[in-house]
Design a protein around this ligand. Structure first.
Ligand SMILES: Cc1cc2nc3c(=O)[nH]c(=O)nc-3n(C[C@H](O)[C@H](O)[C@H](O)COP(=O)(O)OP(=O)(O)OC[C@H]3O[C@@H](n4cnc5c(N)ncnc54)[C@H](O)[C@@H]3O)c2cc1C
Ligand SMILES: *[C@@H]1O[C@H](CO)[C@@H](O)[C@H](O)[C@H]1NC(C)=O
Ligand SMILES: *[C@@H]1O[C@H](CO)[C@@H](O)[C@H](O)[C@H]1NC(C)=O
Ligand SMILES: *[C@@H]1O[C@H](CO)[C@@H](O)[C@H](O)[C@H]1NC(C)=O
Ligand SMILES: *[C@@H]1O[C@H](CO)[C@@H](O)[C@H](O)[C@H]1NC(C)=O
Ligand SMILES: *[C@@H]1O[C@H](CO)[C@@H](O)[C@H](O)[C@H]1NC(C)=O
Length: 588
């Protein structure tokens, strides 16, 4: 190893330490993420962004003003005011976690309606196991409120900083194939939504959608284009416990297990470490509440991280990306892997990990996110991706592949890996790996049409527009395999632009969704350029220009869409020949 590589490796060890130090800091202060909306004049002349401080296409969105309704009445007034003025509008949430610019009102003179202050519990009915909350409530608070009443939301995303309104709008999910499955919208039994209305009705109205209302299948997963969801009613279950064990195995039966595992365990998921050839299976099942254990899920990645380590870790990553070798990047990936750390951050009692299984209550196991829990203004530590710090800056691609096609998809990814295993150290964030979760077919018009495996990949993102990533072709090809060869669907709240091109055609009930949209919001006040593009109403999310494929704005069809000056050319995929990826000359 050269001196430079040794230095890089030492610095990467400090990146691993970021995650370890998180353990020691769990009770220390930490600044929660900033408000995604900022204005120059009180509540006027505003911009909106997301939790990373940058939408995936790097646009900055402007709006004329922001309003912060505290009640449904104030919400109706806000929608009426904008509708009367024929102004575009869009909901922003407390932290706005979606990568694509879903939170931007159309044009640049719209109104942002923030749900930050719509965060109360409306009612909780322990007998009927129902909870009704305002849509801006953060998942953490929902889960805790339910638990305090002896109830559980059976599935949720793994990160509790999301709001119920935002996570439903994008079809967000946890993992499971049993019963109704891993998506939260499967547990919605009613909601109240505020939509524009004719002048004679005061320009805005509340529509109440009960469990049997046909429009509920449109409103459950709405991309925010139908109106503002005011309240959501969810069907809960009696509080239960789970027993979790992470089982690490080799890849010998991965293609068979990718479908089987989801049938075997209620909360199953799978993490693939491609470079290492290992698969970590989450063996996770419901157990009787009398089972001893007070386990806690406090994932390392979602804990507060010290600023100094985030900054030095990022600097190392940038250096490795731009000037490192495959050997150095693989060594660094090995050091940084969270699977080296104990149980990903699960503990048996909230303090230490003493061994599997970890048994604990659903509300302590289903999601985590302690980096949002701190008081304001302590920038000694924060969430790793806080944009006020030059720390973690990543892309998150998330897409589903039908369960029946998952074995072939996995086999193709393995074949791609076998051609150059070291490329995967640079291409994919090895601190996490490729995460596979299970989601069931839904009646929601923009939900999954069939049972599927949802694939999550985190990977390096440069702060410089058009800067190529090392082995960019690997992720490009995996995405095109899933979306092209296997007809997969992009997660509405993740992904780069090109992933959405034409995707709406793969939703058999999209036309039903558009009918409801035309009825609720005939003037498209809740629609934006972006939602018109992804819903196939007007235009395409692709942007064709120099280096567009490097930024995921297009699939390349010409070398200029890659970075020919830096040795990246548009080439066919290595396993999926129909793919067009930006390949470095050295790899070809
Ligand atoms: C760290 C992290 C972890 C994540 N983990 C998961 C995971 O485990 N599983 C998963 O599926 N996804 C996950 N995601 C992605 C996430 O689910 C989506 O980005 C989610 O939509 C974000 O919710 P939000 O509350 O931040 O909403 P936003 O991103 O702010 O909003 C999303 C959309 O919903 C609209 N909207 C919000 N509230 C309302 C409302 N009340 N009425 C009408 N429209 C509304 C907004 O206008 C916007 O169009 C994660 C993202 C991050 C950053
Ligand atoms: C509005 O905000 C932008 C920055 O987002 C700023 O450049 C501009 O000067 C502001 N306009 C007014 C009138 O203050
Ligand atoms: C709602 O938000 C306010 C302001 O952010 C906060 O003080 C309050 O605790 C929240 N309420 C609930 C029920 O979470
Ligand atoms: C993979 O693990 C199985 C047991 O789970 C074992 O039988 C097999 O020999 C292992 N294969 C390799 C290549 O190590
Ligand atoms: C990868 O494999 C090597 C050798 O088999 C092992 O030492 C290492 O712990 C593994 N790393 C991960 C992240 O699984
Ligand atoms: C990579 O090397 C070039 C040339 O030496 C240098 O200008 C650049 O700053 C380096 N990049 C990083 C991130 O260290």
């Amino acid at each position: 190893m050269s001196q430079g590589e040794q230095a890089q490796r030492r610095a990467m060890e400090s990146l691993a330490a970021v995650l370890l130090v998180g353990i020691l800091l769990q009770l220390a202060g930490c600044s929660p993420p900033p408000d995604p909306v900022t204005c120059t004049h009180g509540t006027s002349n505003c911009t909106v962004t997301n939790t990373y401080g940058s939408f995936t296409d790097r646009t900055i969105c402007h709006a004329a003003n922001v309003v912060y309704p505290r009640t449904e009445q104030e919400l109706v007034a806000a929608v009426a005011a904008a509708a009367a003025a024929k102004r575009k509008m869009k909901v922003a949430t407390k932290h706005s976690h979606s990568g694509p610019k879903l939170a931007c009102p159309g044009g640049s003179e719209g109104t942002i309606i923030s749900t930050t202050r719509l965060n109360r519990t409306v009612s909780i009915d322990a007998e009927r196991q129902l909870i009704t909350v305002e849509s801006g409530m953060v998942l953490r608070d929902l889960i805790q409120t339910a638990a305090a009443a002896g109830l559980s939301l059976p599935h949720s995303p793994y990160w509790y900083g999301l709001t119920i309104g935002g996570l439903l709008a994008t079809g967000a999910h946890g993992s499971g194939l049993w019963g109704k499955g891993g998506a939260v919208h499967e547990y919605v039994v009613g909601l109240r939504i505020v939509t524009p209305a004719p002048a004679c009705h005061g320009f805005a109205m509340v529509r109440e959608l009960g469990a049997d209302h046909p429009d509920l299948d449109a409103a459950k997963v709405s991309l925010g284009v139908l109106g503002v969801v005011s309240q959501v009613t969810l069907a809960l279950q009696p509080l239960f416990k789970r027993s979790v064990t992470f089982v690490k195995r080799n890849e010998s039966d991965f293609t068979a297990q990718v479908t089987e595992w989801g049938r075997l365990h209620e909360f199953a998921d799978v993490i693939w470490q491609p470079r290492n050839g290992t698969v970590t299976y989450r063996q996770d099942d419901r157990v009787d509440v009398s089972t001893p254990g007070d386990g806690l899920n406090d994932l390392f990645l979602f804990r507060p991280a010290p600023t100094a380590l985030l900054v030095s870790g990022r600097a190392t990553e940038e250096q490795l990306q731009e000037n490192g070798t495959d050997t150095a990047r693989c060594a660094a990936a090995q050091e940084g892997s969270t699977s080296r750390l104990q149980a990903f951050g699960f503990t048996n009692d909230g303090v230490v990990f003493t061994g599997y299984p970890v048994v604990g209550y659903q509300h302590r196991i289903q999601a985590s996110g302690s980096c949002i829990d701190g008081p304001e203004d302590d920038l000694g530590s924060s969430c790793a991706w806080d944009p006020r710090i030059r720390g973690l800056f990543m892309y998150n691609s998330g897409f589903s592949v039908a369960l029946s096609k998952a074995p072939a998809f996995v086999a193709d990814m393995q074949q791609l890996r076998d051609l150059n295993p070291d490329a995967f150290c640079s291409a994919i964030d090895n601190r996490v790996g490729v995460v596979l979760r299970y989601v069931r077919a839904s009646s929601a018009y923009l939900g999954k049409p069939e049972d599927c495996v949802d694939v999550d990949i985190l990977f390096y993102r440069s702060h410089t527009d058009g800067m190529p990533r090392a082995h960019a072709d690997v992720v490009d090809e995996i995405e095109q395999l899933a979306l092209g060869k296997y007809g997969g669907l992009p997660h509405w709240g993740k992904n780069r632009n090109f992933a959405f091109d034409g995707a709406i055609a793969r939703y058999p009930k999209a036309h039903k969704f558009l009918k409801v949209k035309n009825r609720y919001d005939p003037d498209g006040l809740f629609s934006s350029e972006w939602t018109d593009q992804v819903l196939g109403i007007n235009g395409t999310p692709n942007i064709i220009k120099d280096r567009c494929a490097i930024e995921g704005l297009c699939v390349c069809s010409d070398d200029s869409h890659c970075a020919p000056e830096q040795g990246y050319f548009c080439r066919p995929g290595k396993v999926y020949k129909n793919a067009r990826v930006c390949s470095s000359e050295e790899d070809y």
